[in-house]
Design a protein around this ligand. Structure first.
Ligand code: SF4
Length: 81
């Protein structure tokens, strides 16, 4: 897990996840939906995997839908994922 970053050109196909931290209210619904990809540390610090493998799409999608403020954006990495 880390803060947002672009997938490197040599990385395998996957997803690109970003969270609008101006919208995020640290409700942690994403953490319950996909705990292996999102976590809250401290009071309000959200950490997440910015480039999960495509096989985790269902988990990531569940987290995206669970977010009450639609702060999570999910895109394909552009390499056939
Ligand atoms: S569910 Fe949405 S608002 Fe809550 S911590 Fe996750 S991204 Fe932030």
């Amino acid at each position: 897990m880390s803060t947002p970053a672009d997938a490197s050109p040599g990385s395998p196909p996957g997803l690109r996840v970003s969270v609008d931290l101006n919208l995020c209210q640290a409700y942690a619904q994403c953490c319950f939906a996909a705990p292996q990809h999102f976590r809250i540390e401290g009071h309000e610090a959200l950490f997440y995997d910015p480039a999960p493998a495509a096989q985790h799409r269902d988990d990531i999608e569940r987290a995206r839908v669970a977010c009450p403020v639609q702060a999570i954006r999910v895109e394909d990495s552009g390499r056939g994922a």
